[in-house]
Design a protein around this ligand. Structure first.
Ligand SMILES: *Cc1c(COP(=O)(O)O)cnc(C)c1O
Length: 345
């Protein structure tokens, strides 16, 4: 069977042999009792890397954001603001509202996921009390856009000026930093709390981390327990996350180069509408015009190339650790051939 080039998401990566070895060797204990040394090291190393006081290992990015909102919004009726295209508003089941009774108000995202500082200020109100603004970087649904340190600072300052705290959904903050040739700590320097994922571009199998002031993280630890996210010998997966921090950050520019190469090639193909200059990181989005998107995905899958989509005509391809530059060169003619053979929709 020919091998599959899986561009559905950067979450499909398998742990490498080196990562498996680190997992096998991990020192472990009951983390809920505070006994897991590997998880402790991961929490401290992540906090230091991002420039925050303390960290809390959580099973997923969705839980990291949920625990953040539940910890920030303490009083009944306290509300948060998130972007119209944010992961929080579109892909997390509105958990903070459903489970925590927290209203989430929507600020308009521009095409890169940026929110106008003036709009953030205008949305903040004393009652119901707006307490939090959530900022996403890189911006998933906005094509993996990397928001600059200046953009991050402008949004964060506006929120702070309006008396809000700021949480960064930085699921792919290391991709943003790599694209901008800066440190993730620089991008979130002014933010109060940050969540990032080990299970996306960093290539670990499981896990995210929530970072912030120690008093905040102490309370978040209790909230994590409330939502069922406390773990026992979590060092087995924390070891994979530590391995990813040590070995997989430097290679992120390779994924970005692959994504740019893919975008440049696809932009030239028939039935495709896209701006190849919009590919900042590892996510490539394009629209299909006049042909059937689901049929395209089906035929491409039959050729061994998997992709996803956010609507029938909007296609998403993501590069990652398990897709080489050579795989991209193999995928490009297959994509062209499938597009060429599609009947008009
Ligand atoms: C993937 C993602 C999350 C959630 O992470 P899971 O581990 O899939 O729950 C949150 N925010 C953004 C921007 C993401 O891309």
């Amino acid at each position: 069977m020919p091998r599959v080039i899986d561009l559905r998401s950067d979450t499909v990566t398998r742990p490498t042999p080196g990562m498996r070895e680190a997992m096998a060797r991990a020192e472990v204990g009951d983390d809920l009792m505070g006994d897991d040394p590997t998880t402790r090291v991961l929490e401290e190393a992540s906090a230091a890397r991002i420039g925050k006081e303390a960290g809390l290992f959580v099973p997923s990015g969705t839980m990291g954001n949920l625990v953040a909102l539940l910890t920030h919004c303490v009083e009944r009726g306290d509300e948060a603001i998130a972007g119209s295209e944010s992961h929080i508003c579109n892909h997390e089941g509105m958990g903070s509202s459903a489970l925590g009774g927290i209203p989430v108000r929507v600020a308009q995202n521009d095409v890169r996921g940026y929110m106008e500082p003036a709009e953030l200020k205008a949305l903040a109100r004393p009652w119901p009390r707006t307490v939090l603004a959530c900022i996403e970087n890189t911006h998933n649904r906005c094509g993996g856009a990397a928001l600059t340190a200046t953009e991050m600072r402008d949004m964060t300052r506006a929120a702070h000026d309006a008396g809000l705290r700021v949480h960064v959904d930085g699921a792919r903050i290391f991709n943003a930093a790599a694209a901008l040739e800066t440190e993730p700590a620089t991008l979130v320097a002014d933010a109060d709390t940050v969540q990032f994922c080990f299970s996306k571009g960093l290539g670990a199998p499981i896990g995210s981390i929530l970072l912030g002031p120690r008093v905040f993280i102490d309370r978040a630890r209790l909230i994590r327990r409330m939502v069922g996210g406390s773990m026992r010998q979590s060092g087995v997966v924390a070891a994979a996350a530590l391995y990813a921090l040590d070995h997989h950050v430097e290679r992120l520019p390779d994924d970005h180069a692959s994504a740019r190469r893919l975008a440049a090639a696809v932009a030239e193909m028939p039935h495709v509408r896209m701006d190849p200059a919009g590919t900042d990181t590892n996510i490539v989005f394009f629209d299909l015009i006049g042909v059937d998107g689901p049929e395209f995905r089906k035929r491409l899958a039959a050729e061994g190339v998997l992709c996803s989509g956010t609507s029938p005509s909007r296609i998403r391809m993501v590069t990652h650790l398990d897709v080489s530059a050579a795989d991209i060169e193999d995928a490009i003619p297959l994509i062209a051939r499938v597009l060429d053979g599609l009947p008009p929709a």
